[in-house]
Write a protein that binds this ligand. Structure first.
Ligand code: AHR
Length: 481
């Protein structure tokens, strides 16, 4: 499709708006370059799914991971599934429904999500007419429904249009359940508010009808929310540690796109906007060190071990020719979610292409972690991004340990037992000081990194330093998280 209008310039002009090689469990001391920690689950790698944006991934109680997102052509609703996250990369995709030849669902199809509502599989999505000109961004929310129990084999047909509170630009719908009540959340241009879109929630009466007037949870007003366009959209919900968190995305869909966070006590009235607290700063944004630009429109799932996973899209380059909305390279990406001392999710930075990184925590001192700050290697309570490392295969069953913020560096051992960060391409191959064998560690659930260069020695924690120690010493046991 070649449309002269950007959906947001149009809306504004009309006043309409705006691995890692985690180890398999084996006999202690065995060097294993395995797949994920769950022996049956291969290690996922970013980008997880090329050219799929706004991606929803969830693990259904049938054991399948389902994934849907916007395709670059915006012309079809495509679903894929896999028994593992890694399997989604190459999983066969089924086209459930294509835009129509004419009418309100014949143009763009944006941000589809699959939900199981009252015993039916339903896909919600934003759609527009195809007439070109000013009508092409008359975006509204619709749903199609499956006639059978398997969304990959059933027949899909139009269910209808979401009955929005206003007849205006609306998109990015999702469904969540909180304390037994099913809610609809979406982004919409509200008459009388000069933004492209704000985020709303409301309880649902049925698949397309709200049970009450909406609560307006966030309006783009902060500087990082109004870069290029005044946008709050792409809401997603996570109930953890006694709070309900809502992430959303803001600004133009180029490198300025980023994520915000609201939170509310899980026992509060979530329909009262005054109960929600909004982060004054973005919680996830472009990271040049890891080469991920414009991360956003996220969803949440869990990995094969039940650990929280952030799903989002992002490009691996910054400069875009033309309208970002028609650039195809917003790829689906995933990474672990960690939590701070107050139980609030810490998304850190987008971790970049390659295996999903880990943190390495001394088994004998769990308040600190291996960390890289510039050229300084330490064991400390450093910020999350400094503590994320990839163990990258280095041949003959060995790995290099590479910090995500300095991917040109790796750990290197010295004859004196010191361990440093060194450029990956110049560390002496002869001494193999940069290579380690990842082994089952000396304590339950731990790993050990045995030095290739210095037999009988392994990476160890000593005070605030990483050093080499005898490979039976308790200090060589690391928890990989
Ligand atoms: O990717 C198409 C639309 O652009 C999505 O619905 C929205 O979240 C994004 O900004």
């Amino acid at each position: 499709m070649n449309f002269p209008l950007s959906r947001r310039s149009f809306a504004t002009s009309l006043g309409v708006g705006a691995s890692l090689l985690p180890i398999a469990c084996t006999a202690p001391g065995k060097s294993v370059i395995g797949t994920s920690k769950s022996p049956q689950a291969p290690a996922a790698s970013n980008p997880l799914i090329k050219q799929r944006a706004d991606t929803q991934i969830f693990r259904h109680d049938d054991g399948w991971y389902y994934a849907m997102g916007s395709v670059p052509e915006y012309d079809r609703l495509a679903l894929r599934r896999s028994k593992t996250l890694a399997g989604l990369t190459d999983a066969e995709e089924r086209v459930l429904w294509r835009h129509e030849a004419s009418g309100p669902m014949s143009g763009f199809l944006w941000a589809p999500e699959l939900h199981y509502v009252d015993g039916k599989w339903i896909v919600y999505f934003a759609a527009s007419p195809s007439g070109g000109g000013e009508d092409v961004f008359r975006i509204r929310t619709f749903a199609v429904v499956c006639d059978g129990p398997d969304p990959m084999t059933g027949n899909w047909s139009v269910l209808g249009e979401f009955k929005a509170p206003w007849d205006s630009f609306n998109l990015d719908s999702t469904i969540f359940t909180h304390r037994g009540v099913r809610y609809f959340s979406w982004a919409q241009r509200e008459p009388g508010i000069e933004t492209n879109s704000n985020v709303y929630i409301a309880p649902m009466k049925d698949a397309l009808t709200l049970a009450s007037a909406p609560a307006r949870l966030t309006v783009p007003t902060l500087d990082w929310e109004v870069r290029g366009f005044k946008v709050n959209e792409g809401s997603a919900f996570l109930n953890r540690n006694g709070r309900l968190f809502m992430t959303y995305s803001a600004s133009a869909t180029d490198a300025r796109y980023c994520m915000g966070l609201l939170s509310v006590d899980e026992t509060a009235n979530i329909m009262d906007p005054r109960n929600w607290v909004k982060s004054p700063r973005p919680v996830f944004e472009t990271c040049r060190e890891t080469s991920v630009y414009g991360p956003g429109h996220n969803s949440f799932t869990v990995d094969e071990e039940g650990r929280d996973i952030l799903v989002y899209h992002g490009r691996d380059y910054e400069k875009i020719e033309g309208d970002p909305l028609f650039n195809p390279d917003r790829h689906t990406r995933i990474q672990r979610i960690y939590y701070d001392a107050d139980g609030v999710p810490d998304f850190g930075v987008p971790v970049g292409n390659g295996a999903i990184p880990e943190r390495f925590i001394p088994a004998v001192r769990r308040t600190v972690r291996m960390a890289c700050d510039g050229m300084t290697l330490s064991v400390s309570d450093a910020p999350l991004p400094q503590t994320q490392f990839r163990s990258i295969e280095a041949g003959e069953g060995t790995v290099q340990l590479v910090p995500i913020l300095r991917p040109e560096l790796c750990l290197a051992a010295g004859p004196d037992g010191a361990v440093r960060l060194a450029p990956r391409d110049v560390v002496s191959d002869v001494a193999a000081e940069d290579r380690f064998r990842r082994e089952v560690g000396p304590a339950t659930g731990t790993v050990r990194f045995a030095s290739v260069a210095y037999e009988g020695r392994a990476l160890a924690h000593s005070g605030d330093r990483v050093v080499l120690a005898d490979d039976y010493d308790a200090s060589v046991a690391w928890l990989a998280d």
